[in-house]
Design a protein around this ligand. Structure first.
Ligand SMILES: Nc1ncnc2c1ncn2[C@@H]1O[C@H](COP(=O)(O)OP(=O)(O)O)[C@@H](O)[C@H]1O
Ligand SMILES: O=C(O)C1=C[C@@H](OP(=O)(O)O)[C@@H](O)[C@H](O)C1
Ligand SMILES: [Mg+2]
Length: 176
């Protein structure tokens, strides 16, 4: 890690990376970035349209390209990554080299409740799935992804995270 503190949140879709990321950035008074939003801005396309028009492979290329840019910027920041980000193209190594990674480890049932709400049905991976199918999909994603998420430097388990707790974990990490 260099002189800047880059806090990068990782975890399954619906674990609260974007929501908690914003809260944490406010508490730390750091700029907040959402990797999906940076991709949409850079390539002028919505995430579901990238998946539909070009496929996941192209999305993962663009995701890594955007991640490298934000991780090499000369500033402290909070970054909410996308759920799949740590699991492709050495992205977890890129994150850990420049940043303080934090895994939001939320019970699958809780995430499933959140993602079943109609307003969240724009997420390409969960489109048109019912509650039971969402839980199964999350289980299968976690089986594939936990190996990468577990490489995070800090792990927060539960549903509701406190910015104070994470800040004290970050201080411990920096001191070590
Ligand atoms: N701690 C929480 N308690 C209840 N709902 C939450 C919590 N954190 C996030 N949510 C809700 O869950 C959904 C997914 O959150 P989001 O931050 O977009 O997750 P991610 O970025 O990890 O996919 C959103 O509708 C958000 O309002
Ligand atoms: O888990 C994934 O592979 C994805 C998660 C999404 O981000 P969120 O985790 O913020 O939903 C987004 O990057 C894309 O739809 C792919
Ligand atoms: Mg998000």
């Amino acid at each position: 890690m260099n002189d800047f503190l880059k806090v990068v949140l990782v975890g399954l879709p619906g674990s609260g990376k974007s929501t908690f990321g914003r809260q944490l950035a406010t508490a730390l008074d750091f700029p907040y970035y959402d990797l999906d939003q940076l991709i949409e801005k850079k390539f002028q396309m919505k995430i579901p349209d990238i998946f539909n028009d070009f496929g996941e492979g192209r999305f993962r290329e663009w995701e890594t390209e955007t991640l490298i840019e934000v991780m090499s910027s000369q500033e402290s920041l909070v970054l909410a990554s996308g759920g799949g980000c740590p699991c492709f193209n050495d992205n977890m190594d890129i994150i850990n080299k420049q940043g303080a990674s934090v895994y939001l480890d939320v019970p699958l049932e809780e995430i499933s409740e959140r993602l079943s709400l109609p307003k969240l049905q724009h997420r390409p991976m969960f489109k048109d799935l019912g509650h039971g199918e969402i839980t199964l999909k999350l289980k299968s994603l976690l089986a594939d992804r936990e190996f990468y998420y577990d490489q995070a430097k800090i792990k927060l388990s539960g549903g509701d995270f406190s910015t104070e707790l994470l800040m004290s974990e970050l201080i411990k990490l920096i001191k070590n």
